[in-house]
Design a protein around this ligand. Structure first.
Ligand code: IFM
Length: 571
């Protein structure tokens, strides 16, 4: 008997059973919608699929085979003192693949921050893919490409958002959904006080830089020139245009500035007591804007001449515009305070210090310090207290060399010891209220404070299995932290970095690991890496492309299919 109710459809089977005699029921389900490809209409497609599906054993076997293939590509094996870490790595990969498997290819889907597992953020798509794509790029690049197309298809809406805000180019929304309009909430509830608070986080324009960064990283790992020519370059150019148009020139300072934005740290959305929201010169945003302007020009130069002509005619880009971009990328203002501390935003130095010890003593868990302070009638905007990595994102996304080049181009001194000083300064002033924060902090501490980095790694890795935020996992997994923490193993401990057509490797295992084994896909090769404490080897196992360039200890080596090389480790 089939029973339909408003919320569900049930099938009731009444059968005679015999004691101790097992009864086996097989139920096969097929789901189609009218938007599926290569079907006539959903009912016929569903019927056909059911008739052709075979029996339970057939379905189980094909399911098993599909997962074996996934694990062949995705697994990371570790051997060491912490047995749970291996389980957690696989748990996270499994849940990542539940949301972003090969099945998304050709579908118009993006990466919802909370996976497909729960209803938090109403399925919206934020910047979290910045933490997810690096893992996918080296394993399932076809999936990244498809997910980047989610953004490309919404480029027109982003152009419209830029115009509406009085800018040029494309301004992607902070929270994106079906058609790419801004979906951010304007109010949110503080469950601690029961009050509805204005939500200004939509001012996180840095998401545009994240999209540009993702396009460029995908291209670096795959060398997919077709994608760059048809889609990637256009996104980079339009985002660069947006950064140029939101930048204003301060004649006294002789520098460009960016106003009315919010950085990744969502505890700071306006100046203390200010009527309107937004901050000036968020350092992360300003540096990322300069990086985008430079990278868009570089990508444009890499296109074929035909393509360059077509794209500049289509977008109406002129040489004057490129010159302005170049000027901005050399003259952007970056705030500093104290002894070489990059200020999170202009005026950050004037904020009050928070009594961290006092708050920890009083409340125990202070991850959501914003809610605690608001319930006390106060605001995190008044304090040097961050929810998550902001300035430190720079050290997560760029190598010391790359950052040095960016700051030097801007005419700022960038001594190497500025890095540990900033890491120490900001990690002390963070509540890690976002699960993304621990990924970044573990990454930036990996080579200097190895014990602390490992603890943060385990905590980020267990974000959902241990539900470290005390109840939020039930509303959906934290996909950025899940994938980002696996990537700490994939790129962090291997030192993988792709620059100028070279795959650089600089492994350094944490004390807790004896061995790390993984396979990565790079420009048409499957490379297998086996890393021990003092040595590591790399083998080009399978591949169909020309030899790739591998960089180790300042030397570049060519590696072709079937070849293997081994190197000593300098940690
Ligand atoms: O994108 C994040 C943001 O950085 C912190 N709050 C949650 C968002 C979705 O994960």
């Amino acid at each position: 008997r089939t029973v339909r109710t408003e919320a569900r459809i049930e099938q009731i089977l009444s059968l005679d059973v015999e004691k101790k005699k097992p009864l086996r029921i097989e139920k096969t389900i097929s789901v189609h919608t009218s938007r599926d490809w290569a079907i006539s209409e959903p009912l016929a497609a569903t019927r056909n699929a059911l008739h052709r599906a075979g029996r339970w054993e057939d379905l189980r076997d094909s399911h098993r085979l599909a997962w074996e293939h996934i694990w062949d590509r995705a697994d990371i094996r570790i051997d060491g003192t912490d047995e749970e870490a291996q389980l957690l790595l696989r748990f996270n990969v499994f849940h990542l693949i539940q949301t972003t498997s090969m099945n998304v290819i050709d579908l118009d889907v993006g990466v919802p921050a909370r996976g497909l597992h729960g209803e938090a953020y109403r399925g919206h798509i934020f910047w979290d893919e910045l933490f997810i794509f690096p893992l996918l790029n080296f394993r399932f690049p076809e999936v990244t490409r498809s997910l980047l197309m989610y953004r490309y298809r919404r480029l027109n809406e982003a152009r419209h958002l830029a115009i509406e805000a009085g800018h040029e180019g494309a301004m992607f929304p902070w929270q994106s959904g079906s058609d790419g309009r801004e979906e951010s909430q304007v109010l949110h509830l503080n469950p601690k006080s029961g009050r509805w608070i204005p939500d200004d986080t939509h001012r996180q324009r840095h998401i545009n830089a994240a999209i540009a960064y993702n396009v460029w990283q995908y291209f670096q790992v795959t060398d997919d020139r077709e994608f760059l020519s048809f889609y990637g370059a256009e996104m980079l150019l339009e985002v660069a245009r947006f950064w140029a148009s939101i930048s204003t020139y301060d004649a006294d300072r002789e520098r460009y500035e960016i106003h009315h934005v919010v950085g990744p740290d969502e505890f700071h959305t306006r100046y203390p007591g200010a009527e309107s929201s937004g901050l000036s010169n968020n350092a992360y945003t300003n540096v990322m804007a300069c990086w985008t302007l430079g990278t868009a020009c570089r990508a444009f130069e890499m296109l074929s001449e035909d393509c360059r002509v077509e794209i500049s005619e289509r977008l109406g880009i002129t040489d004057d515009e490129f010159e302005r971009w170049d000027h901005i990328s050399r003259k952007m203002f970056i705030p500093f305070h104290g002894d070489g501390i990059i200020s999170q935003f202009e005026g950050y130095a004037d904020l009050e210090e928070l009594d961290w010890e006092g708050y920890r003593e009083k409340y125990g868990d202070i991850q959501r310090l914003d809610r605690i302070l608001e319930a006390e009638g106060d605001s995190p905007n008044r304090y040097k207290a961050g929810k998550q990595a902001d300035v430190l994102m720079l050290f997560y996304l760029f190598s010391a060399e790359e950052l040095g080049d960016l700051f030097e181009r801007l005419g700022y001194r960038f001594d190497r010891d500025l890095i540990p000083r900033n890491i120490d300064y900001y990690t002390r002033r963070s509540s890690d209220g976002s699960t993304l924060s621990r990924v970044v902090h573990s990454w930036v501490l990996a080579r200097s404070e190895r014990e602390r980095a490992w603890e943060l790694f385990l905590s980020a890795l267990g974000s959902d299995l241990s539900d470290i935020q005390g109840g939020t996992t039930a509303e959906g997994i934290h996909l950025g932290a899940l994938a980002g923490s696996v990537d700490l193993m994939q790129r962090g401990h291997t030192g993988i970095d792709v620059r100028d057509d070279v795959l650089w490797l600089n492994p350094c295992l944490p004390e807790q690991l004896e061995e790390l084994r993984l396979g990565i896909r790079y420009r048409g090769h499957w490379l297998s890496l086996v890393i021990h404490r003092n040595r590591f080897s790399i083998t080009a196992e399978k591949g169909w492309a020309k030899p790739v360039q591998i960089g180790v200890h300042d030397t570049i080596h060519s590696l072709k299919q079937g070849q293997s090389r081994s190197f000593s480790i300098r940690c």
